[in-house]
Write a protein that binds this ligand. Structure first.
Ligand code: DLZ
Ligand code: SF4
Length: 516
């Protein structure tokens, strides 16, 4: 019989390693919409719709290329509901002589695939995912050779490896990193152009109906669904970014404006993380914009660093530190997620805006996720597992390999500083500098304590006080701890009391939004 090649919902790339050496005549591609993948967390409706629609479009493209595709829809009466059930049924149905699959993005799925070696009678071949610049064994070797892991050094290796922004063996412009020129707050020049929107075609409309019918109580809305669902659309969306937003991408990378849901970001991560566009190709196109004088180096370098630096780095850390990373809780944070993380019903204008855009589009940009949601979770001591579940549910681009290191490592310091050198903790003043939220907020960002003071202010000091044992030795927190110790005891107590009073008001979520 033929070789069975299961292609998962985030493996929608024609250059996928499992397909690259297969001749269509001797191959059956298996694609499966399965209940279990929709429920391991109860994903945002638009995330499920994106994946199903992109899968159905990709199956059509494979057929056009001559492949036989066995496509199992969610409502197929014989659907067993799991990858394992469907692969084993398909092996029997096609009398397959072997199974070949590209390594999956998530640990959970890797465990399943490894178990197939026992449960299936045929040979199971797992190939590396060549859509990443850094193969996992190379990352493990890089990490093993170091006492401390830091993205910056890893990133330089990726620059050398890809040749991106290099002049021979030197970085262009004489510097690896131009971040000092980025990070402006919003100002009068900040008028972000619209991102490309894709009107649902017949395939997408059918998927939207399916998702609305089968997942009515999942988080999020389907009304504004406009994601690219094919490689051609992803290329078009990315081209729009290059032409209209890249030049100011760096300058406003850390800025937030109420109602400006995408700012100058590429908004390409949902397409990228399911395989519709290639990361290195994207970076080459961005580099061309700089070489031809259409975008400044700080914007282009910053973009390329996110893609071949940070994205590859977090993936390496994920595979290096799983399964422990999923349980990590260095700061012993146990508070359940407040209800308003799901409803957006809070007087905090910054959080309300972030939750609003998240429900509407299954997207929020980098700094909303980090400075508002992640920072709040860190300061309030929310449970890292609850926070990780939330991020995995609500964002269309969230797969555990990228979501968990960002949440547990970058935002919450739950890994004790393996990924990042200090907790990303910020008070209201910093949110105020980088956004226009505070002017429209019921709370007063200038007030430090008391009922209508910005909650981030007291929470910030309370967080440092609560975690003094674990964090005071961190050289990068020397300044805040010195300030804390200079305060008199009354003032310290006022901060802690004010924080406690606020934390008292948090209502835990009333229903199991993330897990049934
Ligand atoms: C996230 C997701 C969802 C909701 N549904 C499916 C599905 O029905 N079929 C599928 O192949 N993939 C789905 N995915 C993506 C998978 O969960 C993803 O491939 C793994 O999590 C990565 O290891
Ligand atoms: Fe957020 Fe505080 Fe500003 Fe309100 S005042 S928007 S809570 S940072």
């Amino acid at each position: 019989g033929p070789v069975l090649v299961p292609v998962l919902g985030d493996q929608l790339s024609h250059g996928l390693s499992s397909l690259a050496d297969r001749s269509p005549a001797d191959t059956v591609v298996l694609m499966m919409e399965v209940w279990d993948e929709t429920q391991y967390v109860r994903h945002h409706k638009a995330k499920i719709a994106l994946i199903f629609s992109a899968m159905r479009h990709f199956a059509e493209e494979l057929r056009e290329r001559g492949f036989t595709v066995d496509y199992i829809t969610l409502d197929d009466p014989a659907n067993s509901g799991s990858f394992t059930g469907e692969v084993s049924a398909a092996v029997a149905r096609h009398k397959a002589r072997g199974v070949q699959i590209s390594e999956p993005g998530e640990w959970r799925v890797r465990q399943m695939i490894d178990a197939w070696r026992e449960s299936l009678d045929v040979r199971v071949r797992v190939l590396p995912d060549t859509r990443f610049v850094c193969p996992l064994p190379d990352f493990f070797e890089w990490a093993a050779g170091r006492k401390q892991w830091r993205m910056e050094y890893f990133y330089r290796d990726m620059r050398r490896k890809t040749g991106l922004l290099m002049d021979g063996d030197k970085p262009v412009g004489g510097k690896w990193n131009f971040d000092a020129d980025n990070r402006g707050g919003p100002d009068a020049d900040c008028r972000p152009p619209a991102v490309a929107q894709f009107k649902p075609d017949a395939i997408t409309r059918e998927v939207l109906d399916l998702v609305a019918a089968r997942f009515p109580d999942h988080f999020g809305s389907l009304e504004d669904f406009a994601w690219p669902v094919t490689a051609a659309q992803a290329a078009q969306a990315f081209d729009r970014f290059l032409k209209t937003r890249l030049p100011l991408f760096g300058r406003y990378q850390d800025a937030m404006m109420a109602g400006a849901d995408t700012m100058y970001h590429a908004v390409i991560s949902p397409a990228l993380n399911i395989g519709l566009i290639d990361p290195v190709e994207m970076c080459r196109l961005a580099e061309t914009e700089w070489r031809e004088g259409r975008a400044p180096i700080e914007a282009v370098e910053g973009f390329i660093r996110q893609v071949i630096g940070w994205r590859e780095y977090v993936r390496g850390i994920y595979w290096l530190t799983m399964p422990d990373l999923a349980q990590a809780n260095e700061l012993d944070a146990t508070r359940p997620l407040p209800e308003f993380w799901w409803t957006g019903e809070t007087q905090m204008a910054c959080i309300a805006d972030c939750v609003r855009t998240t429900r509407k589009t299954a997207y929020a940009h980098h700094i909303q996720r980090l400075m508002v949601m992640g920072n709040f979770a860190l300061l309030a001591g929310l449970s890292p597992q609850d926070v990780a579940d939330w991020f995995l549910v609500v964002y269309a681009d969230a797969f555990e390999w990228v979501e968990l290191p960002n949440v547990a490592g970058m935002a919450l310091f739950a890994d004790g500083g393996k990924l990042a050198s200090k907790p990303y903790a910020a008070s209201g003043a910093y949110i105020d500098r980088m956004s226009n939220y505070c002017g429209q907020c019921a709370y007063d960002v200038k007030k430090k304590v008391g009922k209508n003071a910005c909650p981030f202010n007291a929470l910030y000091w309370d967080f440092l006080a609560r975690n003094e044992d674990k964090l005071a030795g961190n050289p990068r927190l020397a300044n805040p701890y010195a300030t804390w110790r200079r305060m008199n005891a009354d003032k310290q107590a006022e901060y802690c009391d004010s924080a406690a009073a606020f934390l008292q008001t948090l209502q835990p979520a009333r229903k199991g939004w993330a897990r049934g």
